[in-house]
Each structure stands twice: as C-alpha cells, then as structure tokens.
Design a protein around this ligand. Structure first.
Ligand code: HXC
Ligand code: NAP
Length: 266
C-alpha cells in the first residue's frame, strides 16, 4: 500500500519494541532509515535488520535524547549520511510503576527528561534538516497523556506535555508545510512497556479484557498508522492526537488503576 522509496526516515528510540517495529516497516517499503538510542549494541543490531529488510541507506547513533548538544551533533552527522528528513518519529521513553510518594524528584525528572524534554530536543535538532514543505513528524505518546493512572504520575505528566508539543509546534511550523501528529498506542504485546506495567499473565489477561477489541495490539498496528500519517494520504492531517488502541482510551484504559493499585500493594 505504501511506497517510501527515496524517502528519509529518522526513528529516535528506534532500536526496540514499538519504535523498532516502525523503523522496520518503513525499511520494508523502501525508505532509507536511521535510528538513535543510547545503546550502541542495540543500534548496530537494528541497522543490520534494516539493511536486511531492504533499506538502501541505513545509519544510527548511540545518543541519549537528554543530551541536547550531543543529539544536535549526531543529527548533523546523520543528515550528512542520509539526507534531509521526510519523516521523523520521536519515541524514546522511560517508564516504571511507582507511587508519587515513593519516587524521588530525580525519578520523576528522569521520565520527564526522556519523554518530554527529549521530544523537544529531537524536534529542535531536526528542524533545520527537515524537507520543507512536506515533512511529517510523529511523536509517540501514550494513553497516560489523557487517562490518569495510579503509579504513573511521571508518565502522565510527560506524555501530556508531548501532546502539547505536538499541538503547539504544528501551529508554529505549519506555515512551512511541516505536519506534526501524536500517535497513541494502546497496550502493545511483547513490549518493554507492557512488561513493566503488566508483568504476569493475570495482569495481561485483565488488560486484554479491558480493551473493547479484547486483545492487545502489535507493533505493526502502530507502524501502519505511522506509515499512513507520513504518506500523502494524510497531507491535511496535522496537530492530531490519534489512538491506535482497540478502543482502550475511550473505554477500558481506566481499569489500569485497579490493576496497578493491586500491584503496588503486593
Ligand atoms: C522508583 C525508580 C524506579 C522505580 C528507577 N527509579 N526505577 N524509582 N521506582 N521502579 C529512580 C532511580 O532510583 C533514580 O532516582 C531515577 O529513577 C533514575 O534512575 P536511573 O536508573 O539512574 O536512570 P536512567 O539510567 O536514566 O534510566 C531511566 C529509567 C529506565 C526510565 C529509570 O527504566 C530506562 O532506561 N527505561 C527505558 C526503557 C523503558 O522504560 N521502556 C518502557 C517505555 S513504556 P534516584 O533518586 O535514586 O537517583 C512507556 C509507556 C508505556 O513509556 C505505556 C503502556 C500503556
Ligand atoms: P522500549 O522497547 O523500551 O523502547 C524505548 C526505546 O527508546 C528504545 O529503543 C530505547 O533504547 C530508547 N531510549 C530509552 N531511553 C532513551 C534515551 N534517554 N535516549 C535515547 N533513546 C532512549 O519501549 P516500548 O514499550 O516499545 O515503547 C515505545 C514507545 O511507545 C514509547 O514512547 C512508549 O511511551 C510508547 N508506548 C508504549 C506502549 C506499550 O504498550 N509498550 C503503549 C503506549 C505508548 P536504549 O535502551 O538503547 O536507549
């Protein structure tokens, strides 16, 4: 359905889970793909896979999105290797379940710095190197941006901020033909995020029951939405916060409160 031949795609946080699935799906449809994350080992492994899937130009860098200066330098280098960016996915994130009273200021700050400040750093760093007009930026958000959850105050605050960056920069950069949207995955099977929030079968089953479609999603579900948003089919969509969650946010995600509350007691 999609053809991204000769399109350049950068996936930040693209070396595992959902974001790696997004990077690999863009590689399958012909895009040149670069990835960034902290671990050089994960970057190298992802690059190998992207090449095997058909990307003609691939590259990657080990950088922490909290380090604005390093990130800027590495994006300059990646742009020199790959070219200006048609698509940027910003999805680096951190999460652990912790009650507010059991979290240090640094614990709260770590998640805010990775998710929220990291998203700002990514967007500011790529801005000079975007294809204008036409670039599509996709920030990976989470249900916590709109659904309050026990043991998730750090993630709720950070991801709500991510969605407001999406909206505010869509207004600032729209005049240059840059589109910016948030994608909100629901519970996605086999990921680090769900392993941290629902670490056993009973919790996983409870999550599945709470989704209107009665299943968790998979990484391809999220990648398909990202490819659509990055394509010309979505050329009039910007500033949107779009769930891909089997209906979880409209009915069900709130049940995480009883699931997490029980886990926090045990
Ligand atoms: C309380 C905790 C904690 C926990 C860490 N901290 N885990 N506090 N409960 N379970 C505290 C530490 O004690 C420390 O505070 C501070 O957090 C920073 O921890 P570090 O380990 O030094 O930080 P760092 O190495 O930068 O690692 C960041 C991290 C880590 C977020 C803590 O887990 C990480 O790298 N995560 C990346 C992968 C990940 O989380 N993926 C899932 C994304 S899912 P002190 O005060 O001791 O210094 C997602 C949403 C899913 O985002 C939604 C599903 C529906
Ligand atoms: P994951 O596998 O842990 O992916 C996180 C990615 O970000 C990894 O590539 C990680 O690689 C990188 N990363 C983490 N901290 C970083 C930092 N400081 N600097 C640079 N890169 C960093 O998690 P996931 O569960 O697939 O989640 C992916 C995205 O989807 C996140 O934005 C998450 O909030 C969102 N989401 C997930 C779910 C779910 O069900 N899993 C639901 C809703 C939203 P390194 O370790 O090498 O840095």
């Amino acid at each position: 359905m999609f053809n991204f031949n000769q399109k350049n795609v950068l996936v930040v946080g693209g070396t595992s889970g959902i974001n790696r699935g997004i990077a690999e799906n863009f590689a399958r449809v012909g895009a040149n793909v670069a990835v960034i994350s902290r671990s050089q080992e994960k970057v190298d492994d992802t690059i190998k896979s992207l090449r095997a899937l058909g990307s003609k130009k691939v590259a990657g860098r080990a950088v922490d999105v909290r380090d604005a200066e390093q990130l800027k330098n590495q994006i300059v280098e990646l742009t020199a290797e790959i070219g200006r960016w048609h698509v940027v996915i910003s999805g680096a994130a951190g999460n652990f379940p912790a009650l507010a009273m059991n979290m240090s200021a640094n614990a709260f700050k770590s998640v805010v710095d990775i998710d929220l400040l990291g998203t700002f750093n990514v967007m500011q760093s790529v801005y000079p190197y975007l294809q204008k007009p036409g670039a599509s930026i996709i920030n990976i958000s989470a249900p916590q941006a709109s659904i309050a959850m026990i043991a998730q105050s750090h993630v709720c605050a950070a991801k709500a901020g991510v969605d407001m960056i999406t909206k505010s920069l869509c207004v600032e950069w729209g005049v240059e033909g840059i589109r910016i949207n948030s994608v909100v995955p629901g519970p996605i099977d086999g990921t680090e995020g769900m392993a941290r929030l629902a670490p056993n079968d009973a919790m996983r089953d409870a999550v599945k029951k709470s989704v209107p479609l009665k299943r968790m999603g998979n990484v391809d579900d999220v990648a398909n939405l990202c490819m659509f948003l990055a394509s010309d089919f979505a050329s009039y969509i910007t500033g949107a916060i779009i769930p891909v969650d089997g209906g979880w946010v409209v009915s069900g995600a709130g049940s995480m409160n009883s699931i997490l509350a029980a886990a926090m007691k045990s």
